[in-house]
Write a protein that binds this ligand. Structure first.
Ligand SMILES: Cc1cc2nc3c(=O)[nH]c(=O)nc-3n(C[C@H](O)[C@H](O)[C@H](O)COP(=O)(O)O)c2cc1C
Length: 267
C-alpha cells in the first residue's frame, strides 16, 4: 500500500498534486489519474502539498490524516496594510507587566509556529518554556556568571555586570517568561529552522498583544556555559538556537522608528 492514494471517484485528473510535489513523486497512470511512483514512499518529505492543493480532497496521505488537514478560509486573508503595520510596529519589548501570559495563549502561539518552513520539512525544533519569573531570574544570573568569566575577552560586559549588581536585569530584562528553542546538532539546518520558528512565534505573539525580545546574551551563553546548559536541561546532542523573553508590555509604542533604507541590487 502506497503512502499516498488517490480517490478515483473524486479526482479530476488535473495533475495539480503532481505539479506541486517538491520531490516529483507522481506520474499519471494509464487512465490519466495521478499515481505515487513505485518506491516514492522513501523520498516523500510529508510536506502535504499534494493533500493541500487538491480542491476535491481526492488525495490521501497515510501520515497526514484528512481530519487534521483543516480547510483554508480564503475570506480570512490578512489585509496588507494591517500586515505591514504589524511587521513594522513590532518592537523589542524590555519592560513587562507582572501579569503572567496565560499558558493557553502560549500554547496557541507555539501551535502556530509549527507551520514555520523547515528544510526538507524536518521540523527539528523543540521548545522549552520557562514560565516562572523566579526561574527566568535564575537563568539571567547564570548568564551574568558567564559574562563575569568573559569580561577579560569582552570588556563591555563589565557594564552589564555593574547593572546586575545594582539590582537591575540587563540580560532578561525582568521578563516574566522565556521561550527557548533547541534542536539536534547533527541537522545542518537546525539553526535556520529554529530562527524561522522563533520568528513565527514572535510575530504570532505580537499579534496577540504580547511583547517579546530576543535574548542574545542567553543564546550566546547557553551552549558554552555548562551550569546554564544544565539549568535549561538541553539534551546532550542538542544546541540552543534561540530564545525570546516575553510578557505583556508595560508601554505601548505610538510611532514606527525609521530604519536603514533597504540595500538592494536589482538585476
Ligand atoms: C539575535 C538578536 C539578539 C538580541 N539580543 C538582545 C539582548 O540580549 N538584549 C536586548 O535587550 N535586546 C536584544 N535584541 C534586540 C535588538 O537590540 C533589537 O532588535 C534592535 O535594537 C532593534 O529594535 P526593534 O527590535 O525594537 O526593532 C536582539 C535581537 C536579535 C535579532
Amino acid at each position: 500500500m502506497s503512502l499516498v492514494t488517490i480517490d478515483h471517484n473524486t479526482c479530476l485528473r488535473d495533475g495539480m498534486c503532481g505539479e506541486v510535489c517538491p520531490q516529483g513523486l507522481f506520474e499519471p497512470d494509464g487512465e490519466g489519474f495521478p499515481a505515487f511512483r513505485a518506491g516514492a514512499d522513501q523520498h516523500c518529505i510529508t510536506c502535504g502539498h499534494c493533500v493541500a492543493v487538491c480542491p476535491q480532497g481526492a488525495v490521501s496521505h497515510e501520515a497526514l490524516p484528512m481530519e487534521d488537514a483543516h480547510l483554508i478560509d480564503h475570506t480570512l486573508a490578512v489585509p496588507i496594510p494591517a500586515l505591514n503595520q504589524l511587521l513594522r510596529s513590532r518592537r523589542s519589548v524590555r519592560e513587562f507587566r507582572e501579569e503572567p501570559v496565560p499558558q493557553a495563549m502560549v500554547r496557541e502561539i507555539i501551535d502556530t509556529a509549527r507551520w514555520a518552513p523547515s528544510a526538507v520539512n524536518r521540523q527539528p525544533v523543540h521548545w522549552l518554556v520557562i514560565q516562572t519569573p523566579a526561574e527566568v531570574r535564575g537563568l539571567a544570573g547564570l548568564v551574568i556568571d558567564y559574562l563575569r568569566r568573559s569580561t577579560s575577552l569582552e570588556p563591555r560586559y563589565a557594564r552589564y555586570i555593574e547593572l546586575w549588581e545594582q539590582g537591575r536585569d540587563p540580560i532578561l530584562r525582568n521578563a516574566p517568561h522565556l521561550a527557548v528553542i533547541h534542536a539536534p546538532d547533527e541537522w545542518i539546518w537546525s539553526s535556520v529552522d529554529s530562527t524561522i520558528a522563533l520568528t513565527q512565534f514572535e510575530l504570532a505573539a505580537v499579534a496577540q498583544g504580547i511583547g517579546t525580545c530576543w535574548a542574545g546574551f542567553l543564546m550566546r551563553a547557553a551552549n558554552g556555559h555548562l551550569p546554564l546548559r544544565e539549568a535549561l536541561g538541553i539534551p546532550a546532542d542538542h544546541s540552543v538556537f534561540g530564545a525570546l523573553m516575553y510578557g505583556f508590555p508595560r508601554y505601548s509604542y505610538h510611532r514606527v522608528p525609521p530604519r536603514l533604507e533597504a540595500r538592494i541590487e536589482w538585476r
